[in-house]
Design a protein around this ligand. Structure first.
Ligand code: ADP
Ligand code: MG
Length: 243
């Protein structure tokens, strides 16, 4: 499978604090990569760089061969390459569920409203919320809101979806319904990078698991090796705390 995300020697500083100290990572089409690591290690920063929500200090990031940080890059085009799902769902409270899902395709992709609504309804079915099109975010549970956020991201028809701790803000009983939607997307061949503390999800769904610590990839392996045979001492310590 062809490389979908190619990150080469990515450095990112805030002021004079270097948060990412040389990240190299290739994610192939259809691959699911799970990133774990301690708080403050640079996981969210790395994801944000892949969606160009940050300026990078040096290095190169390509999505589907397209250089995100090239000078002539259209930022709106970048956002259609990689979708992002956040811990806080960031739905528009004054828009209905269907409007939340269709606003991107209508405004950014210039899709006719009717076509966007047909697509939106289809995506709400996909995330298990066919009857919530006309509800408002405040009427939904956290798990339902996050599933709407996933549908909204899919509506842009991205080549890659980046998930930043998508279940961390949810009550425990609502985590499963969101992970189930993500598992289905993975099975359908979506290329995904997922930052999560859900180790069972990583074991079951990931093609590769990556441990980021202190701004560097410290370990990278298939899940069975990663969890059963970790070589980095800080990863062993980390797994001991979260498992
Ligand atoms: P993680 O997601 O692994 O918890 P982050 O990528 O959010 O880590 O943060 C990595 C480091 O960068 C932390 O020390 C954090 O305080 C710092 N950081 C993140 N965003 C900013 C910002 N906008 N300005 C300054 N420092 C930041
Ligand atoms: Mg984070």
């Amino acid at each position: 499978m062809k490389p979908m995300i190619e990150i080469k020697d990515l450095h990112k500083s805030y002021g004079n604090v270097e948060v990412l100290k040389g990240i190299d990572l290739t994610v192939r089409q259809g691959e699911v990569v799970v990133i774990i690591g301690p708080s403050g290690s640079g996981k969210s920063t790395a994801l944000r760089c892949i969606n160009r929500l940050e300026e990078i200090s040096s290095g190169c990031i390509k999505v589907d061969g397209f250089d995100l940080y090239a000078e002539d890059t259209d930022i709106n085009y970048v956002r259609t390459e990689a979708g992002m799902v956040f811990q806080q769902f960031n739905l528009f409270p004054h828009l209905s569920v269907l409007q939340n899902v269709t606003i991107g395709p209508v405004k950014v992709r210039k899709m006719p409203r009717q076509e966007a609504e047909i697509l939106g309804q289809k995506l709400l079915e996909k995330v298990g919320l066919p009857d919530k099109a006309h509800a408002y975010p405040e009427q939904l549970s956290g798990g339902q809101k996050q599933r709407v956020a996933i549908a909204r991201s899919l509506a842009m028809q991205p080549k890659v979806i980046l998930f930043d701790e998508p279940t961390s803000a949810l009550d425990p009983e609502l985590v499963g319904e969101v992970l189930d939607v993500m598992k289905r997307l993975a099975a359908e061949g979506m290329t995904m990078v997922v930052v999560t503390h859900e180790m069972a999800f990583a074991k079951e769904v990931a093609d590769r698991v990556i441990f980021i610590d202190q701004g560097r990839i410290q370990e990278e392996n298939i899940p069975s090796e990663f969890f059963d045979n970790p070589s980095n001492p800080r990863l062993r310590e980390f797994l001991g705390k979260v498992a």
